[in-house]
Design a protein around this ligand. Structure first.
Ligand code: AMP
Length: 281
């Protein structure tokens, strides 16, 4: 497994892969790797001849300086974690390598980046689009793997690829959870043990909402989810929305002929955790 930190070194490594006509999978991450990331990596290893993992804490997608400062960085551990797998390369560039000058590009996603995370974190998805488009342009993977845990991000990246007419297939991967249901996240490491224990209520409430859906209208169910999670003094819901899975518009009726996803963000102390659940399957 090569550890590559510069775009030049990346280019020469890619030259061999491309000239041998190997299929190439990319798994973009911000590191502090866990089993959730690993599920994407394993899928890429299955699907492609070669797999590259990028590890880069992208500053332009953080609207909160403290969040950026506190984001876990564990490159050494990450490399150890990846060693047992037949990965071609880890691309872990510095900030100046990816942004030798400020990226002033503004992307337009219509409604998609105006709601939920977009509303709570202004500029976040523009930063995501900046880094993902740079990675796609530099690596030109055949396939790129993204988790459904970041459901809105996945929707926006699908849109971005169409918008830029990029020749990469986006592969969505299901949410990986802890034994008590909490969605795996690098941010879970920032929780105290009591916060960690209480955070399980988030996914447990989402799961139960699937059953309650049969005897509650959409608005009532939304209220029930928010009230149930907020009853725990460690947790504070920032938003819970039930949206269609294409335009991310609010669902009014269960009878609407759309696929529906309930997306939640909860503050646990200073840590924001996100999760979601599908209501059709
Ligand atoms: P991050 O390092 O948090 O930016 O995540 C990198 C990729 O891993 C993103 O596509 C995430 O959606 C995905 N991911 C993170 N956590 C999980 C999880 N628990 N299950 C599935 N995918 C995940």
């Amino acid at each position: 497994m090569q550890i590559i930190t510069s775009l030049d070194a990346l280019k020469s490594s890619l030259h061999e892969i491309k000239s041998a006509k190997y299929s190439l999978g990319l798994v973009p991450t911000m590191g502090a790797l866990h089993e959730g990331h690993l599920s994407l990596i394993k899928k890429s290893l299955q699907d492609n001849d070669k797999t590259i993992i990028s590890i880069f804490v992208n500053p332009t997608q953080f609207n909160d300086k403290n969040d950026l400062k506190n984001y876990p960085r564990k490159l050494r551990d990450d490399i150890k974690f990846l060693e047992p797998f037949p990965i071609e390369a880890v691309f872990a560039p510095s900030e100046s390598e990816m942004y030798p000058e400020a990226d002033t590009r503004i992307f337009h996603f219509g409604n998609l980046d105006k709601v939920m995370e977009g509303k709570s974190r202004p500029g976040h998805f523009n930063g995501v689009a900046q880094i993902v488009s740079k990675l796609f342009a530099a690596i030109e993977p055949d396939k790129a793997y993204f988790g459904e845990k970041d459901f809105q991000q996945l929707t926006i990246i699908n849109h971005l690829v169409k918008q830029l007419k990029m020749n990469v297939k986006i592969i969505p991967c299901p949410i990986v959870r802890e034994h008590d249901g909490l969605a795996l996240s690098s941010r879970n490491a920032l929780l105290s043990s009591i916060q960690r224990k209480n955070a399980a209520l988030i996914s447990q409430t989402l799961m139960e909402s699937r059953t309650r859906k049969h005897h509650m209208d959409v608005e009532k169910l939304k209220q029930w989810v928010v009230t149930t999670v907020n009853q725990n003094p460690e947790l504070e819901v920032e938003y819970f929305e039930i949206v269609d899975d294409v335009k991310l518009e609010q669902v009014k009726l269960w009878e609407d002929p759309t696929s529906k996803v309930g997306c939640i963000t909860v503050r646990v102390g200073t840590v924001r955790l996100i999760d979601n659940i599908r209501y059709n399957s």
